[in-house]
Design a binder for this molecule. Sequence first.
Ligand SMILES: N=CN[C@@H](CCC(=O)O)C(=O)O
Ligand SMILES: [Zn+2]
Length: 417
Amino acid sequence: MTLLIDNIGELSTQHLTEEPDATALSARGDAAGVLRDAAVVLEGERIAWVGPSSSAPAADERYDAAGRAVLPGWVDSHSHLVFAGDRTAEFEARMAGQAYAAGGIGVTMGATRAASDDELRRLLGARVAEAVAGGTTYLETKTGYGLDVENEVRSAVLAGESVDEVTYLGAHLVPGGADAEEYTDLVCGPMLEAVLPHVRWADVFCEAGAFTEEQSRRVLEACRAAGLGLRVHGNQLGPGAGVRLAAEFGAASVDHVNFLDDADVAALAATWASWAGPGSAEGAGTVATVLPACDLSTRAPLAPARRLLDAGVQIAIASNCNPGTSYTSSVGFCVTTAVLQMGLSVQEAVRAATFGGALALRRHVGQDADGKRAVGSIAVGHRADLHMLDAPSATHLAYRPGMPLTHAVWRAGRRVR
Ligand SMILES: N=CN[C@@H](CCC(=O)O)C(=O)O
Ligand SMILES: [Zn+2]
C-alpha cells in the first residue's frame, strides 16, 4: 500500500546528506532541509519518495495536505513513563519556593512498586497515547522507579511493550534505608544482569543526593562492559561531574546540562570534532539534551542551548516526562519554550526535537545492526514518521504558543492521529 501526501506547504525534512537527490532537494528549499509545495510517498512503514508536489508519482491513496506544514514526528529521547502515583503536593511546595531534590523519586518508587502490572501497563499506554497525540512518533523511556531487581526488570519489560527504546536507570536514587555503596554494587551486578536482555541503554543520575562521581563512574563502567549504550543525567541541580563523565565515557547523551562551565562546554564540543556529519553513523559525540519543560517546572536556570550550539555541540530537545520534574510529554511545548526562552530559531529547535533526538539515540541513520530504520528526518528509506501541523509553517509552533497545532500523525507509516 502506498500513500501520497501532497500539497505540503512547508516540508521540514531535517535531512542534509551527500546523496545527489537529497542535495538537489535542499537546494530547492529556502532553508536547510526545507521544501515548499512538497509531497511525500509512504510505502508501508517507510518513506518511498520525497520531492516537489508537481512531480509526485501516483499512489494507491492520496491525502491532500492543503498547504499545511509537515515535520518529522518528534523523537522524544528522554522520558520516565513507567510510574504510578502522584506528586502534586511536591509540585505545589516547589511553586511556593521549595527547591527540587532527588529524594522525591522515592515517593514514586513506593507507588510504582505497589502498582500491579496491569495498572502500570494502563498508565504507560495512556502516557504514550498522549505523547503520540502531540506529534511524538519515537520514544525512549527509562526504568528507575523500581530500584530493586524485580521492579527494575518489570519496568524494563513493560516499557519494551510500548516504547521504541528502553534505558536502564537503576542508578536513579539510592532507595531509603539502603547503603549507597552496596546499592551501587547491586546496580552494577545482579540488577544489571537481570535487566540486560530488556534494554539498549544505561543511564545514571550523577548529582548531589543521587550518585557521586565515583559511584556514577562504577555504573558507567559496568554498563559499558555489559554492552549497553550510555546516557547521563548531569549538571541538573548544580555544577558537577556528569558532563565530564559523559564525554569521557563516550555517552550518546548527557541530559539536563543546566549548570555548565567553559570546560564542560569545551569537553562536549571536543566529542564532535571528528564527526563526519548528519549522514554518518561514525564519530558522533555526546549530544547535550536540553529539557525546557523540566527547567520551567523546577524553576531552574534554563539550559544554555544557544551557547552549546554556538560551541559546535549537537543538541536534542526532549520532554523528560516524569511525575517529579516535568509532568508533560508535549515536545511541542518544549520546542516553543526553546524558541521563546532559549534563543533558538524555530528550525534549530525543530531539528533538536527530531534529528537531534534521533542522534541522541543513534537512530539518525538507517538500517542499524538491529535492522531499525532511521528516524527524525524525512528521506527515502527512513521510517515514515510524520507530524502534520494545522498551520502553514513550523514557525507557528512558536508564533502561536500553546495552541493545539497537531493535525495528523503517521507512525511507522500508520495514521495514528
Ligand atoms: N533528575 C532525575 N530524574 C528525573 C526526575 C525524577 C523524579 O523526580 O521523579 C529528571 O530527569 O528530572
Ligand atoms: Zn530524566
